[in-house]
Design a protein around this ligand. Structure first.
Ligand SMILES: NC(=O)c1ccc[n+]([C@@H]2O[C@H](COP(=O)([O-])OP(=O)(O)OC[C@H]3O[C@@H](n4cnc5c(N)ncnc54)[C@H](OP(=O)(O)O)[C@@H]3O)[C@@H](O)[C@H]2O)c1
Length: 288
């Protein structure tokens, strides 16, 4: 049993992770800026962090708090850097002042990669402000006792007004809305439930370093949507397959975010699933 402080508990991943960690027997203190959570810690305040470390006494801090809207980050880099780096800077500073050093499990992103994949952990090439701010956040805690998980995920979201990629696809099909899925963007995302299992392992085993956490193979976003729809028996006539270049997006998107997961598998002593397994998992969940 570990005393865990969960930052960004109100978000998409936090809403799945908190009950999962509690079920695993951990004491989970949930942080959010919204009402209804255990603490409303101001993540950018040095003094608030000093008080929090003394009062909550976390053994592990799981950081999910982030500005995740990629185009919004591009429009407002100050906001992106404050949200994505600020909490870790304030935490590390407070940790130095108090000499309290909890283990940090930090969730980063596959958006750090660009160019032809699959990518190993050393192959970082941020191509937008979001990716740059997430990479800078990693550097703040690189020499701290930390597990940095680079990932991407899908599955049923339990967070209000925060649909996942798979939620968006299924909702659009069911409401007969035409959507375009990209055949030139590749990823190796995993189901949120699998990711929660791996985060729990990180809390228990405390491996230090940076790890790619995804499926051992990859797929285009178009193929992902078509396979998910097919496993759910949904018609795909409203899905248009196209190129990301057709959209006028504010931030440039990496085309190939597929990751090599060998380092993660070696250090965590696990095998990563295939994309097909993860899509089946999502299909079972949506069926239920
Ligand atoms: N979603 C994905 O597909 C994906 C893919 C790869 C990596 N990730 C990473 O995984 C982690 C969790 O992602 P998620 O999708 O669960 O995130 P999310 O739903 O956007 O939630 C993030 C949480 O961060 C908190 N937050 C703190 N400061 C913020 C600020 N200035 N602006 C916006 N939110 C702020 C918010 O909580 P309050 O407002 O309640 O304080 C929010 O609920 C993030 O670190 C993200 O970078 C996500």
């Amino acid at each position: 049993m570990t005393r865990v402080l969960l930052l960004g508990a109100s978000g998409m991943l936090g809403s799945s992770l908190a009950p999962r960690l509690e079920a695993a027997g951990h004491i989970v203190v949930q942080q959010s800026r919204s009402d209804g959570y255990d603490i409303k810690l101001d993540l950018l305040s040095h003094q608030a962090w000093i008080d929090c470390l003394g009062k909550v006494k976390p053994e592990t801090i799981v950081n999910l708090a982030a500005a995740t809207n990629v185009d919004q980050c591009e429009r407002n880099p100050q906001w992106a850097f404050d949200a994505n780096i600020g909490p870790l800077l304030a935490l590390v500073r407070a940790s130095c002042s108090t000499k309290i050093r909890p283990h940090i499990v930090h969730i980063s992103t596959d958006q750090l990669y660009d160019g032809k994949g699959p990518h190993s952990e050393a192959h970082v090439r941020p191509c937008n402000v979001y990716a740059l701010s997430k990479f800078a956040a990693e550097l703040v805690i690189k020499e701290y006792p930390a597990t940095i998980i680079r990932t991407n995920f899908f599955g049923l979201s339990y967070a209000q007004e925060r649909p996942s990629f798979s939620d968006w696809i299924i909702k659009s099909i069911k409401s007969n809305k035409q959507i375009t899925l990209f055949n030139d963007v590749f990823f190796s995302a995993i189901h949120m439930d699998t990711l929660c299992y791996f985060i729990n392992l990180a809390i228990e085993k405390r491996p230090q370093g940076t790890f790619n956490v995804g499926t051992h193979d990859g797929i285009s976003k178009a193929e992902f949507g078509l396979q998910l729809a097919s496993r759910l028996g949904l018609a795909t006539k409203t899905i248009r397959v196209g190129s990301v270049d057709e959209l006028d997006l504010k931030a440039r998107r990496p085309l190939d975010m597929r990751m090599k997961t060998i380092h993660f598998q070696d250090q965590f002593g696990v095998s990563t699933p295939s994309m097909s397994t993860e899509i089946n998992k999502a299909a079972d969940e949506y069926h239920a």
